[in-house]
Design a protein around this ligand. Structure first.
Ligand code: GBH
Length: 469
């Protein structure tokens, strides 16, 4: 399988793969770990497909050495993982739990011994439950608690970490967690979601300040799932306005404060009937606006929107079933239209051109800002042969085409420094449990055995030749 383009990437391009703590670790009651909102949510009947939980997941907490072997075997230059806040601070506050820090210190040492750069994410959605009980991301205090946690991790891991990422996809934390309710903590309150947006922006800034108070030269980053949203009818003013509003909620609600130091006026106006934004205090957006060494971009698919005429059921496609509310807070007359296929097993459309477009947009709007693709990949139904080989030609094709799309953005000037395949392993795919597999390595959930899929063998070649064949 090949794209036939033979594309090569710039010297020093960082090749990696990514995971997240709750999705792979398991061992939720070991090592002094406290409960997170995802433990509570996944154990609430009806919240995840088949009632799946991360109790065991990939058992990475016990199999981390084997997993290091796979990372090294793939020849990766970097590994992106997250630390679980409830392992470091079981109740979200107070002194560090030594056993939790030790686990990550061993992992990081193991990466360095194998010549792999650790790319650390401080928050990939597993908020300590005690903090949620005190208001979660709707509470301003959570941002300050996040900074304390960031400082503890920075003191422990110090200069062994190549890149510090504060948050993974705050869009999901805020809107899926507090507005549509398909993610933990499963609330459906638009005003709460916008407060969460702000406190996540604040947490990002305070967290990066805390890391740099310990490590002045720490390289800092945040990972956003920037949306590429197009009007269903590009010639319709209404549809273009719908796309602008969704862009404000999805993208500029985060890039505004984090990259430019202010919320966009249109976002505030569009949501004025939901909240008065009085949770934004003077100086907050300056705090959110910390110098970034790299912007992490997660990319999967594109979206198509139009003005909803109020007739018939309104489609709020966000790739999730059973939403309690809309993630698109305040955009009550906006409707999502199913884009053209093909689609992955998530029902998300495959549109590599959207990635080129997104990278070029960020390059244009934030010149000089280096970027990395911190997640890209796809769920498909893999075929296991009688001999045990795992064939996943669609995943190879998906990744190859998105790499080519990344290369095209680089050709046109975008400064893209690396690519991380999501995911190293099949894992707990949030509300879809173990039903959807994103790994380049298959996990047998009976035996927990790991098997390289064809995509892993192929990706090893990409990494080795720094390009496509
Ligand atoms: C990421 O979330 C997560 O960081 C990771 O943990 C997760 O496992 C992985 O991706 C795969 O899901 O509205 O139909 O256009 C990505 C979540 C995916 C949410 C794309 C919004 C838009 C689909 N996002 N989705 S649609």
């Amino acid at each position: 399988m090949s794209t036939g383009t033979g594309r090569r990437f710039p010297d020093g391009f960082l090749w990696g793969s990514a995971t997240a703590s709750y999705q792979i670790e398991g061992a939720v009651k070991e090592g002094g770990r406290g409960p997170s909102i995802w433990d509570t949510f996944s154990h609430t009947p009806g919240k995840t497909l088949n009632g799946d939980t991360g109790d065991i997941a990939d058992d990475h907490y016990h199999r981390w050495q084997e997993d290091l072997g796979h990372i090294a075997g793939l020849g990766l230059g970097a590994y992106r993982f997250s630390t679980a806040w409830p392992r470091v601070q079981p109740g979200g506050r107070g002194p560090a739990n030594r056993e939790g820090l030790d686990f990550y210190a061993r992992l990081v040492d193991g990466l360095l011994e194998r010549g792999v750069k650790p790319v650390l994410t401080l928050y990939h959605w597993d908020l300590p439950q005690d903090l949620e009980d005190a208001g979660g991301w709707t509470a301003r205090d959570t941002a300050y608690r996040f900074a304390d946690y960031a400082e503890l991790v920075a003191r422990e891991l110090g200069d062994r970490i190549d890149l510090w990422t504060t948050l993974n996809e705050p869009w999901c934390s805020a809107y899926l967690g507090y507005a549509s309710g398909v993610h933990a903590p499963g609330r459906a309150d638009g005003a709460a979601a916008l407060a969460a947006v702000h406190h996540l922006n604040l947490a990002h800034g305070l967290g990066l300040q805390a890391v740099r108070s310990v490590l002045p030269s720490a390289r800092g980053s945040v990972t956003l799932n920037l949306h590429v949203i197009r009007p269903a009818d590009p010639s319709s003013d209404d549809d273009r306005d719908a796309a602008r509003r969704v862009d404000a909620l999805a993208n500029r609600a985060f890039t505004g404060p984090m990259l430019s130091g202010a919320y966009p006026d249109d976002l505030l106006a569009d949501t004025a009937h939901v909240t008065d934004w009085s949770f934004v205090r003077s100086g907050d957006t300056e705090i959110a606006h910390q110098p970034l060494d790299v912007l992490g971009v997660n990319y999967y698919s594109t979206g198509l929107v139009r003005r909803w005429d109020g007739v018939g059921p309104r489609s709020e496609e966000d790739g999730h079933g059973d939403a309690l509310g809309s993630p698109w807070v305040g955009a009550d007359d906006v409707e999502f239209v199913r884009p053209e296929g093909p689609y992955t097993a998530m029902g998300w459309n495959i549109d590599p051109g959207g990635l080129t477009e997104l990278l070029l947009r960020m390059h244009r709007e934030h010149p000089g800002l280096p970027m990395m693709i911190t997640e890209n990949g796809a769920a498909f139904a893999d075929t296991v042969s009688p001999a045990g080989a795992v064939h996943d030609p669609q995943r190879v094709d998906y990744i190859a085409r998105h790499l080519e799309a990344t290369g095209q953005a680089i050709d046109q000037g975008a400064d893209v420094r690396g690519y991380f395949a999501w995911s190293l392993l099949d894992n707990f795919e949030w509300s879809y449990g173990f039903d959807r597999r994103f790994g380049i390595i298959r996990v047998d959930y009976e035996t927990l055995e790991r098997t390289w899929k064809d995509s892993a063998h192929w990706y090893r070649g990409v990494v080795a030749r720094n390009g496509l064949d």
